[in-house]
Each structure stands twice: as structure tokens, then as C-alpha cells.
Ligand binder design. Structure first.
Ligand code: KG4
Ligand code: ZN
Length: 326
């Protein structure tokens, strides 16, 4: 079964063709980072206009690279939420138009569920039940996945998402956008033991909170001179990773999970990947960093598992910018 995946929830225009949910035949991503970085963050109107300009060429490229004809496809899976409304609209309406004209079944995919399936697209078959840590620019969700389509939300951020905290702290430290890779790079030459930044443990819940940490960085940066930037970046990264890893491992132990599935843009962070693998008593699956940030292969893979159960969206499929998972 070959599925075309389309992803436009934020600032990446992406299309991919995936076979049987586990074999990526093509995955094309047009990043808008250069366009938004001069504004220090994503400008929604600019993002949707850019999606409009690039979506058709990106889909054509994905089809060409996969050596697929329209008649080879078995369905189209498209992100319908959560995300920026104007951006989601471009993907959903393009998918609808193609599905209608090429007589293909259409399926709307929850972007967060898509992130989890990045753990399938490299040919793996995760062992369920699993604890999924979805850490992106908009979410820090801890989810118990018992089967395909069977999710229980255990905890989420009460304020800033992990990726959002990286982006905001990067702005405070004047390291640029997107913040995650910028902080990670600065932290490489920093001493994480120099400053002890606060960790919000929120005991007895699986929720997260990163806004206190961000405020602590703001005060620290105001007290210190520029030479301390790399040490602050390293201390901040340490604090975020410590909380994410400790709470994920503790939920996995408590619930008897067979595996931990890491995903979302922040999952590209090398310290997080290393610490989670080191501290987890059960196997940890993590996609290649390029599959952690937004892509369409994960959407196509997720679509495949839904299509195989006979699911299909109607022509009234609409965007749902605030949809949750679990
Ligand atoms: O999943 P994603 O591509 O888009 C959303 O669904 O939000 O995640 C983007 C987020 C951004 O906040 C970015 O700063 C963060 O992921 N990120 C990272 C790294 N690479 C991307 N955070 C920490 N370390 C990284 N290497
Ligand atoms: Zn995402």
C-alpha cells in the first residue's frame, strides 16, 4: 500500500510517499527557516503564503523521487491539526483537491500522532504498550500508547512547550532562531555545572512546566555578561533534559511500558537522546533527527495504519487547529 503524506501544520512544507507504513520511498521538506529567522519566529501569514507557493512543486518532487504514478497510490494522508490555521488549510485543501481529482481515499491525520509514527518509518515495529514523549515547538506530551489509535494522555505542559522554551531562551541569549539547534550548538562549548537552574518536578503528576526555568534564565542573563552565554545555554539544556528524562522514565516504570518512543522536534537534541537511552531501563526508540522535526513521511506512515482499518475522511474534512491526542 503506497500512501502520499502531506504536512503543512507549521513552517515546513512537506510531502512523502511511504510504502506499507515502514518504507520511505521519498520525503521532501521545504523549510521556511530562512524566511522566518529574520523575524525571530514564525509569522503565520507569511508561512501560509509560502506553503501555497511550494506545496505543488514539493508534491511533484515527492512523486518523482518515489517513481510513483497517481495510479500507484492507495490514499492521501494529510495533517488537519494541531497547527497554524492558515498553514493547515493549504495542506488539507490541496490533499482534498488531489484526492477528488485522482479518485483516491483521503484521511486527516493528527500531527501529534504523526510524530509518534516517525518511529515506524525506518522499518521498525515498536513494542507496545509504549510511553511516547512528544516534544515539539507546541507540545510536551507524555502519552501511553497501547495500540494503533489507542492513546491515553498522561501529562502535558502547563505553560511553555519544551521546544518553545528552547526558542524563547535562545532569543533571550541572542542565539537566533530556531532556538533548539542554536542552544545545542552553544551548549557544546559551555559548562553546564556552572549554574544550577531550577527544575519544576510537579510531583505526583506527569505534567511539565518550563516557564519558571525560562524566567530564571532571563534573570541570570541580565546579571551575567556575554561571556557566560554558552554556560547558561548548557545549564538550561541540562535542566530541560533532566526533567524530560526523569519524568518519562518514571512513567514508563510505573505503567510497565515495553518501550519508550521519543519524537517531535526536540527529540533531535543529542543530550536528550543520550540521557534517555542511558537512564531508561527499557529500550528507547528514537527516529533519525531529520525525522524528529516536521516531515510528511511520519504522516503517510500514520495514515497507512489507519487506512488498513478501513478508516477514511469525508469531503467535509476540515482543519482542527487545537486538536489534542489522547
Ligand atoms: O516538531 P517540530 O519540527 O515542529 C512542531 O511541531 O512544533 O518542532 C520544532 C521545535 C522548535 O521549537 C525547535 O527549536 C525544536 O523543535 N528543536 C530542537 C532541536 N531541533 C529542533 N530543540 C532542541 N534541540 C534540537 N536539536
Ligand atoms: Zn511537529
Amino acid at each position: 500500500m503506497k500512501i502520499l503524506g502531506i504536512e503543512t501544520s507549521c513552517d515546513e512544507t512537506a510531502a512523502a510517499v511511504v510504502q506499507d507504513g515502514r518504507k520511505t520511498l521519498s520525503s521532501i521538506i521545504a523549510s521556511q527557516v530562512d524566511i522566518h529567522s529574520r523575524f525571530g519566529g514564525i509569522v503565520p501569514e507569511v508561512a501560509s503564503r509560502q506553503h501555497l507557493l511550494t506545496i505543488i512543486p514539493i508534491i511533484e518532487q515527492a512523486m518523482t523521487q518515489a517513481q510513483a504514478k497517481w495510479s500507484d497510490l492507495d490514499g492521501i494522508a494529510v495533517t488537519f491539526g494541531p497547527g497554524l490555521a492558515g498553514s493547515l488549510l493549504i495542506g488539507v485543501n490541496t490533499a482534498k483537491a488531489i484526492a477528488l481529482s485522482k479518485d483516491l481515499p483521503l484521511l486527516g491525520i493528527n500531527h501529534l500522532e504523526g510524530h509518534i509514527y516517525a518511529n515506524w518509518v525506518e522499518g521498525h515495529t515498536p513494542d507496545l504498550p509504549a510511553i511516547c514523549l512528544i516534544v515539539s515547538g507546541g507540545h510536551s506530551d507524555l502519552i501511553l500508547m497501547k495500540g494503533h489509535g489507542d492513546y491515553q494522555l498522561l501529562g502535558r505542559t502547563r505553560d511553555d512547550a519544551a521546544g518553545e522554551a528552547f526558542d524563547k531562551v535562545s532569543r533571550i541569549l541572542e542565539l537566533g532562531y530556531p532556538g533548539g539547534p542554536a542552544i545545542e550548538k552553544a551548549a557544546l562549548s559551555g559548562n553546564s555545572a556552572r549554574f544550577r537552574l531550577p527544575r519544576a518536578w510537579l510531583k505526583d503528576t506527569d505534567d511539565f512546566s518550563f516557564s519558571g526555568l525560562k524566567t530564571a534564565v532571563l534573570h541570570l542573563a541580565a546579571e551575567q555578561d556575554i561571556a557566560a552565554t554558552t554556560d547558561i545555554a548548557a545549564s538550561f539544556q541540562d535542566a530541560v533534559v533532566d526533567v524530560l528524562v526523569t519524568k518519562t522514565v518514571s512513567a514508563a516504570k510505573r505503567l510497565g511500558a515495553h518501550q519508550i518512543l521519543l519524537c517531535g522536534g526536540v527529540a533531535a537534541n543529542h543530550l536528550l537522546r543520550r540521557m534517555l537511552a542511558e537512564r531508561s531501563p527499557i529500550p528507547v526508540l528514537m527516529p533519525n533527527p531529520t525525522l524528529c522535526t516536521d516531515n510528511a513521511a511520519m504522516i503517510a506512515s500514520c495514515g497507512y495504519f489507519h487506512f488498513t482499518t478501513g478508516e477514511c475522511s469525508g469531503w467535509d474534512l476540515d482543519i482542527t487547529p487545537n486538536i489534542r491526542l489522547g
